[in-house]
Design a protein around this ligand. Structure first.
Ligand SMILES: Nc1nc2c(ncn2[C@@H]2O[C@H](COP(=O)(O)OP(=O)(O)OP(=O)(O)O)[C@@H](O)[C@H]2O)c(=O)[nH]1
Ligand SMILES: [Mg+2]
Length: 358
């Protein structure tokens, strides 16, 4: 044995020991990285509430590598029987309304009540800003240290549909890992609210008390989607204005037709900073779940959401397959050029390109 060792060393003469160690460790890292991921083992760990395994699975879901997609699909399939058991809450509001502060305190409220909470985010700006919720992880100081909480920085991607699919699948994985409440956060700046609304049970809109123009600046659609509106920063000098805003929102909400859920959206005040009104919001969520479970809306909505996501996924996939074809890429450039020079119409060009595929 000693002899063998010696001859191995002689073979490596001229190469320093540190170089050998370095090359060995690089080889090891590569080997580990390429080691075949065993979906079964990963799923078993997820079911044991292992959040490292959960993070690995979410990374696979988010990966653009085709091999990873297969593994991710297998993991999700195995997790599905354990999914569907959480309460999914969407939270939206304009930048600065206090979403991070709210989620931190709301999350702590839930973990103190013995719940396990996962926070995911849909951040439409993430491909540009590299994910603003990354900074949130440090802002949610208490929650991030909590063993019963899991915070995942937002998925990034070119299309909202793609990011949404990843979040949908991450929800399933989090549920399999035994999280009772899943919070999906999004910045209230556009399409992403509709996307989040289509994947949650309860939709909470955080608002600020403005200067009397409460109802003018907000998109009607978002108000219509909300199951509750919480006017945040209802503290200090702001309290009076917040109370007035509550009256206005209540009046406005009564103008909307009753929802299919038979649920009358609630307006409430809170101060995330001072931890006031947070328990009331959780009570509203529970009341909503009770009402909609009894009238079966809860289950029906989830089924409708699943159907919606089936169609959505097909559309997304067809679109990406189409635009990624080398012949389409080339011909699209030509057609765009022709359009620019008024040599063809958008419809003729579209039919021409579509016919290349059919
Ligand atoms: N007075 C008061 N300030 C608050 C309250 N909640 C949040 N803030 C403050 O408002 C600022 C913005 O809060 P964030 O929680 O970062 O807001 P956000 O909605 O996550 O913002 P973005 O991540 O930029 O979209 C911070 O300075 C908070 O301390 C509140 O209830 N009362
Ligand atoms: Mg934030």
């Amino acid at each position: 044995m000693a002899k063998e060792k010696k001859s191995a060393l002689t073979e490596n003469e001229g190469v320093s020991q540190s170089e050998i160690t370095n090359s060995l460790s690089i080889k090891n890292i590569k080997k580990k990285r390429n080691a075949k991921i065993n979906p079964k083992v990963l799923v078993a760990s997820i079911l044991k509430k292992d959040t490292t395994a959960l993070s690995r699975a979410i990374t696979l879901v988010e990966s653009k590598n085709a091999d990873h997609l297969d593994i991710a699909n297998s993991i999700i399939k195995q997790c599905l029987p354990y999914a569907n058991k959480s309460i999914r809450i969407g939270i939206t509001g304009v930048p600065g309304v206090g979403k991070s502060t709210f989620i931190e305190i709301f999350g702590k409220h839930l973990t103190n009540a013995g719940k396990r909470v996962a926070v995911l985010a849909i951040d439409p700006s993430s491909s540009l800003t590299k994910g603003s919720i990354l900074g949130d992880k440090t802002r949610m100081e208490e929650l991030v240290k909590d063993d019963n909480a899991y915070i995942r920085p937002s998925a990034s991607g070119k299309s909202l549909g793609g990011v949404a699919r990843k979040t949908r699948e991450s929800i399933i994985l989090c549920e399999a890992a035994g999280f009772d409440v899943i919070i999906i956060e999004t910045v209230g700046v556009g399409q992403s609210e509709t996307t989040v609304h289509s994947m949650v049970d309860f939709f909470l809109l955080l608002k600020l008390a403005g200067a009397g123009d409460e109802l003018q600046g907000i998109k009607r659609g978002i108000i219509e989607m909300a199951d509750a509106i919480a006017i945040n920063k209802a503290d200090g000098d702001n309290l009076k204005r917040a109370k007035l805003a509550k009256v206005e929102f209540n009046r406005a909400l009564h103008l909307y037709p009753t929802k299919d859920s038979n649920w009358q959206p609630k307006v409430t005040l809170c101060s995330a900073l001072q931890n006031e009104g947070i328990d009331a919001i959780w009570n509203i969520v529970q009341e909503y779940i009770d009402t909609t479970t009894q009238n079966n809306y809860f289950n029906n909505k989830r089924k409708e959401q699943n159907k919606f996501w089936l169609i959505q996924t097909i559309e997304e996939q067809l679109k990406s397959d189409f635009f990624n074809r080398p012949d389409i890429k080339k011909e699209l450039a030509t057609q765009l050029h022709l359009i620019e020079n008024d040599k063809t119409t958008p419809f003729a060009a579209a039919y021409y390109l579509l016919n290349l595929v059919h």
